[in-house]
Unconditional design. Structure first.
Length: 271
């Protein structure tokens, strides 16, 4: 069996010092995590930023699409040592964020979800969406339909990735029993045609900590709109800054060197 490529791609150069906390970024349907780069400014220097890259997009463009929820959760083992972590996801990413946060347990220090409502995305659990349904969804989400959708080769590539993500989202939508202990922040566009605003209050059922909702000007992708960028960037940076970083390793010193057996250590002279 071929070795699975790393899914959690680094989204900024590693800091000179060891990472002491982490931000995980989960993309929306049909996209990769690099679409969130404009929102990652102002983070403390000790934060490691990793983004979930599913098969068939960005650095994995040549791979066959399709991933299960179990695949996503199993990939968390690639992250290495546990760190206090904030999880951020939009649309599909919001659904995955809940499962990832649950899997992290006590290491999850906060969750930010955007463009999603609990239990509202199970439509394609038992059948794949048709091409017409996917086009309708893109239009409702105010996604500009690029010329690529009218080129047969790229149309197949783009819709194949979207179809795979919608099926993953239908699987991940079933998080009724998840209840986190971490604070939850909910973002939504005021004019989002894909999210019922009356359902946003249901997010509070999924955490025993605080839950706050912020409505942004715009539609489904309000969180990525240039006019909202400063506010969202500040919100993410503040959530990460509130985490308690793991203790930095103590610098080595001459006094910390092991004392050979039988040798007199510091302060033992004359005993």
């Amino acid at each position: 069996m071929a070795v699975q490529p790393v899914w959690w791609s680094p989204l900024r150069p590693p800091a000179a010092a060891p990472a002491r906390r982490r931000l995980l970024v989960l993309p929306h349907s049909g996209a990769g995590p690099n679409s969130y780069r404009p929102l990652l400014g102002g983070l403390p220097g000790d934060v490691e930023v990793r983004g979930l890259t599913l098969p068939g997009r960005e650095r994995r463009l040549g791979e066959r699409t399709g991933a299960s929820l179990d695949d996503v959760l199993s990939s968390l083992g690639e992250l290495g040592d546990p760190l206090p972590t904030v999880v951020f996801g939009h649309s599909l990413g919001a659904l995955l964020a809940m499962w990832v946060a649950c899997e992290l347990g006590g290491d999850c220090a906060g969750v930010i979800v955007s463009g999603q409502a609990p239990g509202a995305n199970r439509r394609w659990r038992h059948r794949p969406p048709t091409e017409a349904e996917m086009i309708e969804l893109l239009e409702a989400g105010d996604v500009p339909l690029s010329k690529a959708l009218y080129a047969p080769r790229w149309r197949a590539v783009l819709l194949d990735a979207l179809r795979a993500d919608l099926r993953l989202g239908a699987e991940a939508a079933d998080f009724d029993r998840i209840r986190l202990d971490a604070p939850l922040t909910v973002l939504a566009g005021q004019a989002d045609r894909l999210v019922d605003p009356t359902a946003l209050g249901c997010w509070a059922r999924h955490t025993s900590a605080s839950c706050r909702t912020r409505l942004l000007p715009g539609g489904h992708f309000a969180v990525l709109a240039e006019g909202n960028r400063a506010e969202v960037t500040t919100l993410i940076a503040a959530a990460v800054a509130k985490t308690v970083p793991v203790a930095a390793p103590c610098p080595a010193s001459a006094d910390a060197r092991p004392v050979p057996v039988g040798a007199a250590g510091p302060g033992t002279a004359g005993r």
